[in-house]
Design a protein around this ligand. Sequence first.
Ligand code: RIB
Length: 340
Amino acid sequence: MPTMRDVAAQARVSVATVSHVINGTRFVDPQTVDRVRNAIELLGYRPNSLARGLRRNETSIIGMLLPDNSNPFFGEIARAIEDVGFTEGYSVILCNSDGSEAKEAAYVDTLLSKQIDGIILISSGNNFAPLRLILDADVPCVVVDRELGGLPVDQVLIDNEQGGYLAGQYLTRLGHTHIGYIAGPNQLNLSAQRLTGFRRALDEAGVALPDEACVQGDFYYSGGADGMRELLRRDLGLTAIFAANDRMAVGALSVLHRAGLRVPHDVSIIGYDDIPLSSAIWPSLTTIAQPKVDMGQISISLLLERIKRREENLPPRRVLLPVRLVERESCRQHEERKSA
Ligand code: RIB
């Protein structure tokens, strides 16, 4: 029974291009479309044919796509995946999309053309096209951290609303009522989830979060520093900051130090992720810890199980993991300043 790969070889195009021609998911020039259609007819390929049962798992290679390999958060997940994969006899190819949809698509094309046995995908954003390509090529896949809802695929996710809530509850219980927020990239669902939980905790404590106390971040150190500078410029009398990831919290810390503000005496700050740097800096960063090793181990285990039990066509599984507060030195009880 011819496979999508056989059609691609016959038409001298990538598997992804065959998928685009069949599904109309992207423009393909007419000449290429003709070549693909001629190949389909010549080989008698039937989309969604029984290729599933005839795919050959001969490479023992897993592909992993992540948005930023310079971020220790993803590094810890990748390390856990590679550890388990290698133990189980698989090599793991690590691809960095740099948060670029174009780069992400290019890497998916490359991985699909390399006969890999499965893919673990941490999406660059809310980009469904790469996942559709992977599923059309009938390659086992697990989505991690950034949910891509509505498609039949295993997902290993985090309860980000709980995380935002824990951060807000912690700061309000310390007595802070003037709190600032440095948000994650607004194209990510998890950014909205963290803000929703954070707002819920502040609402429960009767603490306002005015728009001017919120700035847009980007999950990079510089984004946290820029956000903190803007919040200081607005002169809101903030006594506590929640940064939606640790790298931005570290960037914000550096700005507070340079502005002559002591952490936590003048301003408390809490982050999110619990990357190794957070416990190494001074003051050490209080944060919401994500279970990065569990995320990696569970995702590779689900993928290998799906590969090995391919014929059973297992139903998609959705795993939601909790986060936890890690209290360190960067936050303290708020005391109203005594008037002079
Ligand atoms: O630090 C990178 C952020 O993006 C983390 O909070 C993680 O959730 C990832 O999606």
